[in-house]
Design a protein around this ligand. Structure first.
Ligand SMILES: C[S@@+](CC[C@H](N)C(=O)[O-])C[C@H]1O[C@@H](n2cnc3c(N)ncnc32)[C@H](O)[C@@H]1O
Length: 188
């Protein structure tokens, strides 16, 4: 989850992309594969729950020659002050937090009034969504009360979860191209 530093008040805006795998415009939770390019003048901080993914993110940042401070943290407990950032982006990450209402409240807490929150999710009916639904049939069920991450792919649910905290919600759908080789994508 990369986060950008400040500027003045107005309502927060939200941009939600649902894809086969999505590039957010300028915001992120978890940063292993940033699909965005921060301005060289921006201060960008990023978090992820998984140390191995953070290593990949640091490597990607070195390759892309972008200066990002990464740290291990939970989207449900962001280690940042209130209203600290201009932009908050989550690329396929906060959607895995077990309590969506807590994750979204944290993302909005660290976003300044008038800032932009943007995130990418997968629609349930396309490849990644269907693959996850297939895999979940063979896995133990989640603990009671934990909603499926796939719900983040439904614009109605996203609108409901953002509630009145944001104005100007925009949805977009696009495709993301990844190398066909599992070796280059996943290291298999
Ligand atoms: C599908 S991967 C996406 C990784 C990367 N953002 C990208 O787009 O390539 C999901 C990521 O969400 C992270 N994640 C899951 N739950 C999280 C949480 N509660 N807080 C922060 N990151 C979390 C995982 O560690 C993992 O890196």
């Amino acid at each position: 989850m990369p986060l950008w530093k400040p500027s003045p008040p107005s309502p927060r805006r939200a941009s939600c992309t649902s894809q086969e795998s999505l590039p957010a415009r300028e915001s992120s939770t978890s940063a292993a594969a940033p699909a965005w390019s921060p301005s060289p003048r921006a201060r960008v901080e990023a978090i992820d729950l998984t140390p191995q993914l953070l290593e990949r993110a640091r490597e990607n940042a070195r390759i892309a020659k972008v200066d990002i401070e990464f740290r291990e943290a939970d989207a449900e407990d962001l280690p940042f002050r209130d209203e600290e950032f201009d932009i908050v982006v989550s690329q396929f990450a906060h959607r895995f937090a077990p309590r969506p209402e807590v994750a979204i409240a944290q993302m909005l807490r660290v976003l300044r009034p008038g800032g932009t929150i943007a995130f990418s999710t997968w629609p349930p009916e396309l490849l990644v969504g269907r693959t996850m639904q297939l895999a979940s049939r063979y896995m133990p069920p989640p603990p009671p009360g934990i909603p499926s991450p796939m719900l983040w792919g439904d614009p109605q649910i996203v609108t409901q979860r953002l509630g009145s905290a944001v104005a100007d919600i925009v949805f977009d759908r696009d495709s993301i191209l990844v190398p066909a080789s599992p070796r280059s994508t996943f290291g298999w």
